[in-house]
Design a protein around this ligand. Structure first.
Ligand code: ZN
Ligand code: ZN
Length: 459
């Protein structure tokens, strides 16, 4: 029995792990690598085994860095099941279709450029048809149900508290009468986050694969974060600017909408108009409402099926989105992509970044190589569609709204394992991983390793 780290090893995106046990090949996640154009080339790297040899796939949650290459797998001939939570299946229907559409559009644009240079056209990573076929192969299960996924392997999903449907995956593998239990954290939620449950503690494992996105950081307390957000709106109101919030369509956007609803009076939001400028987020809201029985007890489960903002508008069409460019003040615009790597937020950045009275509120993790990261790092100029734009807007980073556990949250989750199993840190940048490894070793004398990409470990 062994495990090969095929992605998110020393990096955050591109999650992918291959388990071999008793002649079965179990692929856990096939996420997209996100970052600079050069980083993203690696999405085309072949797997170390023929796709037809994969017996079964398991997916922890819908985010593209975990699910984003599943349509490619199907395009390459995978016909087996993809086990995941019911809500993840519903979200992936939206997210993978959107991801495919972006690949199609990017390729169309790239091919025009190539044509002018006399180069051969290239294919998109996958198309909407591939995405639809992939979702048909999804098998939805609930939290807490142990389920045999192939001979010698079974799984049980537990609520990871990260986004709707997100799961910790307990995976049992057996070979020649020996059983091993691996627990993959998936992405663990932040306990203070408004909608989701807390991450489920797990007591036993022979090996833990744990995310480490914020392994070197403590989030600001949630109450301080709320004060900080309130101040941003007060400030923006004083200077008559707009507030742009690049946000992931799934998870962060719903958290934000609930917070705006809950703090409507306190933050004096009646003078603002709130726009959700993301067709995908609008659809994701529907899925959230449909699965609201999964919400944590701490919030709204019974109160209403969605936020009740009186000044809220969802802009579906591109005409409605473009009309927002004419608004000079008083708009809170939530738009994707969350890392400013594409999507409608780029248009809003173009129209607002150069204006000193505007505010950009970064509420999610920004990997290296993304425009979001450059804004966080304080760049003076950005390039958008061949235009150079001076960054005069104020950029705020609100860390406490994260959908990810911070160092303390990660340590607490590991601390629930009674037998202190060995732990491999994944889904994190090296600096965060080293800091978390030191804490795990000091507090729990845990056996911690930082697997490299392509490394295989015996189970
Ligand atoms: Zn995630
Ligand atoms: Zn992730």
């Amino acid at each position: 029995m062994d495990l090969t780290f095929l992605g998110a090893a020393g990096a955050v995106t591109g999650s992918c792990y291959l388990f071999r046990a008793g002649g079965q090949n179990v692929l856990l996640e096939f996420g997209q690598i996100q970052g600079s154009r050069r980083d993203e080339q690696a999405n085309l790297d072949p797997l170390p085994l023929p796709v037809k040899d994969i017996d079964v796939v398991v997916l922890s949650h819908a985010h593209i860095d975990h699910s984003g290459r599943l349509p490619l797998l199907v395009k390459q001939g995978y016909r087996g099941p993809i086990y995941t939570h019911h809500a993840t299946r519903a979200l992936c229907e939206i997210m993978l279709r959107d991801s495919a559409y972006i690949h199609e559009k990017d390729t169309e644009w790239e091919n025009k450029r190539r044509q002018r240079k006399g180069l051969r056209p290239i294919e998109p990573l996958y198309t909407r048809d591939d995405a639809e076929r992939a979702v048909e192969q999804f098998v939805g299960i609930g939290y807490g149900e142990r389920c045999e996924i192939c001979p010698n392997a079974s799984i049980r999903l537990q609520d990871a508290g990260h986004i709707l449907g997100a799961a910790i995956v307990e995976l049992w593998l057996s070979e020649n009468g020996v059983e091993r239990k691996v627990v993959f954290s998936g992405d663990l939620g932040y306990r203070a986050a408004p909608i989701m449950e807390d991450p489920t503690p797990v007591e036993h494992a022979d090996l833990v694969l744990m995310e480490s996105t914020y392994g070197d950081r403590l989030h600001r307390s949630f109450d301080d974060t709320l004060v900080e957000l309130g101040e941003v709106f007060a400030d923006a109101q004083r200077y008559k600017g707009n507030v742009l919030i690049p946000a992931f369509a799934v998870g962060r956007t719903q958290d934000l909408l609930y917070l705006l609803d809950e703090h409507f009076d306190e933050w004096n939001l009646s003078g603002w108009r709130v726009f959700l400028d993301s067709p995908m987020a609008i659809q994701a809201n529907e899925v959230y409402a449909q699965f609201r029985h999964l919400y944590g007890a701490k919030v709204f489960r019974e109160r209403s099926d969605r936020p009740q903002l009186s000044n809220f508008a969802a802009t579906r069409t591109s005409e409605e989105s473009m009309a927002l460019n004419r608004i000079e003040s008083g708009a809170i615009i939530i738009a994707g992509s969350g890392m400013c790597t594409g999507g409608r937020i780029l248009h809003h950045l173009k129209h607002n970044l150069w204006r000193s009275q505007c505010h950009v509120v970064i509420v999610g993790y920004q990997p290296h190589g993304t425009l979001g990261r450059r804004l966080v790092d304080g760049v003076e100029y950005v390039r958008l569609w061949q235009h150079t734009i001076k960054v005069n807007a104020t950029v705020h980073t609100i860390g406490g709204l994260s959908a990810h556990a911070d160092q303390q949250g990660l340590l607490d989750w590991y601390g629930a394992f009674a037998d202190r199993p060995p732990v491999c840190l994944v889904h994190g940048e090296p600096k965060a991983q080293r800091a978390l490894a030191t804490e795990l070793e000091n507090r729990y004398t845990a056996d911690v390793s930082l697997p490299r990409l392509g490394e295989t470990r015996q189970l």
